[in-house]
Design a protein around this ligand. Sequence first.
Ligand code: GLC
Length: 765
Amino acid sequence: MTATGVNSWEKDGSRVILAGENFNVEIEAFSDKIINIYASRGEEKSFSQAVVIKPKPVSLKVKEGEECLSVTTGTVKLKVNKENFSFTLSAEPFLLEGKELVVEENIKSCSLRIREDEHFYGLGERTGFLDKRGKRYTMWNADCYRSYVEGADLMYQSYPFYIGVSPTGSYGLYFDNTFKSFFDLGKTHPDMVTFGAEKGPLNFFLIYGPTIKEVVEGYTEITGRMELPPLWALGYQQSRYSYYPQERVLEVAREFRKRDIPCDVIYLDIHYMDSFKVFTFDQERFPDPKGMIKELKEMGFKVVTIVDPGVKVEGDYWVFKEGLAKNYFVTDEDGLVFTGKVWPGRTAFPDFSREEVRAWWAELHREFLEIGIAGIWNDMNEPTLVDTSLPEPPISTLPPNLVHKGDSRPMRHEEFHNLYALNMALATRKALLKFKPQERPFILTRSGFSGIQRYAAIWTGDNRSYWEHLKMSIPMLCNIGLSGEPFCGADIGGFAEDTTEELLIRWTQVGVFYPFCRNHTNLDTIDQEPWAFGKKAEDICREFIKLRYTLLPYIYNLFYRAWQKGTPVFRPLVFEYEKDENCHNISDEFLLGDSLLVAPVCEPGQAKRMVYLPVGEWIDWWSGELFKGGKYYVADAPLERIPLYVKAGAILPLTEPQNYVGEKPWEVKFLLFPGGVRGEYVYYEDDGASLDYQKGIYNLYRLTYERSGAMIKFTWAPIYKGFAGGQKVFKLVFKGGQGSEKVWVNGQEVEVSLAGKDREIFLKA
Ligand code: GLC
C-alpha cells in the first residue's frame, strides 16, 4: 500500500493525470473498455512495439468526491482513492468488485486483489494446466529444452497478458514492458495478483470484457491480429532434424503420395546448410535445391527452410563479411561485435532493432525465395547460445548490457531481448513480401512477444515424446490462443526422444486439430512419419489427416474470424462456456471453433475416457448419437477413435480430402447437424493464396435456419461479394436424424433429394 495520495489532477481530452507526491499516474481511455494506466515520475509515456492500437475518441467524465475521484468512460469506472492512490475498477452491468489495484511506491509493480472465485488464463506459452491461479511466471524468452516441465518459469515466448475470469465478468491486463517482468497470480499472496519489472515503465492496459471473447478482442486491438495465412499452411506438414540429402527429401514426399496421406509441406532443418551457415546450401547434400523444389512442387509440396539468427564467424563467408563491414551485428558497449556459440560454432547476431539491418536480412533471402522456397522457419531466436562442443552444453542468451542501436533510440539487450524474435520475424516478413509480393507470407517462429501474431505462426519448441507433453500441449495451445496468437501448434509425435506407435497415433489424432499441424522430431530419434510403425498406425494417421483436410473450410473460416476479431481457433471450453464452473479448468478437452469438441486420449492403454459436454446438446461425430450437455460421460475411445462431438444444430462447411491444398478446387458442402431450432453460419471464401482479400476480394455468405414442426426455413444470401472466382454451387446437407419434411429456402419450398440417410439440396452462389 502506498502512503502518498493524489495531490491534484487535470483532465486533457481522454486522459486524466493524477499528481502525487512521489509519482504521477496517467489514465488514458483508448476505447470505452480499454484503459491505459501509466505511473511515472514524469517521464514521457511511450509504448513498446507490441502496441498498435490507435485511441478512439472517448468522452471521459471525472467526478471528485471527498475521498475518491471517479473516472468514467461510459462503460468502465475507475475509482481512485485520493488517500492512497489505489484504484477500484468497476463496470456495469457486471461489477468487477474487489478489483482494488495498488501501485507500489517504487513504481515497479502493482497489485490487485483476487476474488475468491477468480480464474486466470492467458500468459501465452506456459506449461501446466489451463487455470494459472497460484502460479508465478517470468517474462524472459529462453530456450527451455531442459526445463520443459510443469513448473517451468521461462519459456520461448513471453506474453505479459492475463485474463481474470469470475462470475461477475472478465477483464484482461496487458503489461507493456519488454524488460524481464513477472506475474504472480496468487502464488506469494494467495489473494493478490502482483506484476512488475525491475526496469522499464509501469505502463499497462486494463481491458474490460465482460466476456473472455471481448477481452481477447480488446487485447488484439492493442497488440494486433494475424492476417490470413496461405491455405497450404493449414495443411499437414512433415519435418525432422534433418531430412537430407535431397534424395531423402524427395523420397519422403513420394512416400506421402504413394501411401495416399495428404501433406502440404516438407521442412528443411539445419543440415541443408553448408556448415550451418545461414543462406547457404550444402553442395554435396543438396546439389540442386532448385530442381528438388521444382520436383516437390510438381507433387504438390511446399518447402519451408529453417533460418536461425546466428551468423557464423568466418572470414570469407559473405553474410558475415557484409554484416561486419556494415556494422550490422550486435555489439558490446565498446562497439565490439559480440559473438557466442550456436550450431555453426562462433556466431554474430544481427541487430534486428534497426530497419537497415532488417532490410539487409530481407535481401539475404533473395536466392532462397527465387528458387521457390515457400516459407521461412525462424528458430533459436530467443536468442539462444549453446556450445555444442561441450558434453552437457549450457544454454544461455546474450548478455544484458549488449547494445541494440534501434530505429529511434539505442536499447540495451535487457530491454530488446524479448523483442528480438519479433523483429527477426518482421525482417523475414519483409523478405517474403519483397520477393513474393503476390503471396501471403508464411513464417514459423519459436520465440516471440505479444504482437508476434501479426507476423508469424508459432510452435511450442522442443517438447518430448512423452504422454504428459501430449497432454500439456492442450492447455498450452488454449492459453496461447487466448493470448492473441491463433496460429499455433506443438510438434506432433513429440520432438525429443523416441516416440512409440501408440503415442504417434494418439498425438496425430489431436494434432490434426492444432491450428498449426506439423510432425517434427529430433536428430537421432527413430522415424516418426505416419507410416513409421506399420500399417495399423499408418491407417489411423491417414484417416485423421484426411479428416483435417475435410475440415479445412471450417478451419479456414476460423482463421477468418481470428483475422477479424482475434478470436482463437483452438479454444478452451471456458472460452465459450465461461459461466459453467465445470469448464474452468478442463485441460484435457478443447473446442475447435465453437462447434467441434475434441476429447483426446492422452494416456497409454486407454480405450475409454471421461468427457464433459457443456450445456446444450452434442452429437457424436462417429455414431451420430445425440447427448445432453452439462454432464459427464464415459466415452469409447478405441485406438482408432478419439471422442469428437459436434454442437447440435451446428452448420459446418466441409470438403472432400485431397493430397494437398489446391490439388482440386474445393467443393464445399454445408452440413447441418440435427438438434438445433435455429442457427446461423457466416461463410468466408477467397483465393486462399494472394493478398487480394485485403483489397476486399472475397465473398461472405450468411446461412440461417429456423425449424418449426415439420418445416425448416432456410435463408441463404451473400452478405458481401467481391471475389468472382468463388464456388458457384454449394451443397447443403441435412445430416440424418432430422424430422423436418418440408424445406423452404429463401421463401420457396424446395425438392429434397435423398442421398443415403442424409438429404441434400443445392445453393447457388
Ligand atoms: C531447435 C529447434 C528444433 C530444431 C533444432 C535444429 O532445437 O527447436 O525444432 O529441429 O533446433 O535446428
